[in-house]
Design a protein around this ligand. Sequence first.
Ligand code: WT7
Length: 634
Amino acid sequence: MSNYHIKNLEEYFQVYRKSVREPENFWQEVAEEHFVWRKKWDKVLKWDFTKPEIKWFENAKLNITENCIDRHLLTKAEKTAIIWEPNDPKEKPLHITYNELHKKINNVANVLKDKGIKKGDRVCIYLPMIPELAYAVLACARIGAIHSVVFAGFSFSALAARTLDADCKMLITADGSFRGNKTIDLKGIVDKALEDCPDVETVLVAKRTGAEINMKEGRDQWLEPLMEKASDECKPEVMDSEDPLFILYTSGSTGKPKGMVHTTAGYMVYSAYTFKNIFNYQNDDVYWCTADIGWITGHSYILYGPLLNGATTVMFEGVPSYPDFGRFWEIVEKHKVNQFYTAPTAIRALAKKNLEFVDKYDLSSLKVLGSVGEPINEEAWHWYDNNIGKSKSPIVDTWWQTETGGIMISSIPFVTPTKPTFATLPFPGIQLVLMDEEGIEIKGNQVDGRLCIKFPWPSMARTIWRNHDRYRDTYFSTFKNKYFTGDGALRDEVGYYRITGRVDDVIIVSGHNLGTAPIEDAINEHPAVAESAVVGFPNEVKGNALYGFVILKETGEKRDRDNLRKEINQTIADKIGPIAKPDKIQFVEGLPKTRSGKIMRRILRKIASGDTSDLGDTSTLLNPEVVEEIIKNR
Ligand code: WT7
């Protein structure tokens, strides 16, 4: 595996230069050395960002699960593939070997086939972090069905919207889920969602909580007895490199969620290669990413990336605060975790607690720490470095997106010197550019601008499910011939990148990507609401919190304000999920608007943050008087 692990900075620059000068040779070598192919490609890359059309490893044939599992059976059959750590520390963890994983996913794959699922069909997966989630995802990939995992914290209408958009024939769920000291009625949410989804023919239900649930005749069936009856041999479907592997929804700044489509070969090559290098994974290491598989982080760096490398990956069902704030560190000690990957919001929440929660545990197994999902502030970075890494484990601050499929900017541990709050350097193959608002590239160092990528990489999303125009308009039309990330970034004197945050109407709350438009749509559905605007404002733990400005209809004005707030929050929780509830809702007479009728969010952001000393130029507003009123009643 000569070119697989980058060993020092000089080698990084060498590899990076090669990846830019000869991208096809570069990726061809990675692809040839580390994977099994049923048939090799005719051409490594074909691309055109104006259409946009991107094809990697054209006409190659493969199955990703063969690479994730079968390939390891010769040498690692009894190695633990997944350590499953339950919500309740008193319940026993499971150590699932590659051999067992192979059998289980084949069981589920055969169940899916038996229910009529074929290559190309969409299967919605709405499961908590239990082993069946991993089995279901990989079983889909085994038979060429396209998985669409919906985070099990999403509401029934968010689930319904995603199930409908992807036109899923089947849904896989559980009777319920455990989160800390709460039990959630998952099946009840599914039943409500499916009232609007008549095309879902089969619902498979995994047993977790043992709750009494409703089973709809002819539609719902328990998963386990079916698995027991099914064969544990299932031939992998031979897939084309560009066949879709999965759809994963992400919020946009406008309208409904975007079903990002990821395809097979490029995603496989990139998730595996980044995993190995960015976490410096060595053969017997235990790796843990605390994300949920409902997000891209879990797809690429709990399941695919680690399994493609024959790694041991931890899957945690619970939350960092249960039974107390030492849970993460208890798990690190128990499973001797070597690489630990989490989000700044979790770090900030834990940093507020007494250090006793950390010091009780032996964290000496840790070698590499990772951060993802939002900018990590300096204080949190140092807390993580000092108290968790004991100043000996490098922190990789990894910048990427659902759309990019894998990590784009990150230091490489023991290779790239770190710098707090900087994601540092692009991964090999990633050609970054900063653009100004006029569409001119900003060259040189010590500059900031809009972050774009000017050359394709293997794991980029190929389209938005059944909406290629939206894909082009969102990512490829702002800057000609470039992929626009929606983020701002600065490049320092040595070429390190620091992400400064979104430049569009997406707000990252606790590492979750939320569009303002869908939240406003939800608020506006309340019968007493005339209009609303949602903005983000800084929050110590969540990074950003939401602030909603709401104009009531005349009929609504007489109603009790606290009740209205509760109802509006409930509407948001139903439409999107509890995560999207604003920290503050203020009822206002009007919203500051430009003469063309656009809400001036810049001003609302200032007011929300409590800093009204300099509101900038308000003279171009259509209604400058509302600004005073809003500040007065804040
Ligand atoms: C947005 C993508 C892909 C991981 C989970 C989020 C922000 C992500 C970082 C980081 C600063 C970051 C960006 C990005 N973001 N990682 N290390 N530093 N910001 O995926 O939900 O698609 O959100 O998260 O704003 O555009 P996502």
